[in-house]
Design a protein around this ligand. Structure first.
Ligand code: SF4
Length: 107
């Protein structure tokens, strides 16, 4: 039986996502709305709670989103890109999956 390599540690996945978010050029994050993001200077770690039990990071991230002027744009990007993990537009992955399901039902 062939051996299946183990998945990368969560820390590696989170680091890659942060790199995508904050260092990649030519993504939706280069759009003009991103310049008004409330989380521009926030600690990136809080937007990537490593588990559903990481409620402290989650609350901190959501406190930024709650007062963010570009929340709708942020959520739109996250709904369009299923590969995004973490808190976007005041939602986590599970919430966005439910929103996509509702959009499918409504269309
Ligand atoms: S909605 Fe939240 S994650 Fe999106 S830009 Fe605003 S503060 Fe950042």
């Amino acid at each position: 039986m062939p051996r299946v390599p183990p998945p990368p540690p969560v820390e590696v996945v989170v680091a890659e996502e942060q790199q995508y978010l904050f260092a990649t050029t030519g993504t939706a994050l280069q759009e003009q709305w991103w310049a008004s993001a409330a989380c521009q200077d926030a600690e990136p770690d809080v937007f990537f709670p490593v588990s559903a039990h990481d409620q402290i990071s989650r609350r901190v991230a959501l406190s930024f989103c709650g007062g963010c002027a570009v929340r709708d744009e942020c959520l739109r990007v996250a709904l369009e890109d299923r590969s995004l993990i973490g808190i976007w537009g005041g939602t986590d992955e599970a919430q966005r999956a439910r929103l996509r399901e509702r959009q499918l039902v409504a269309s």
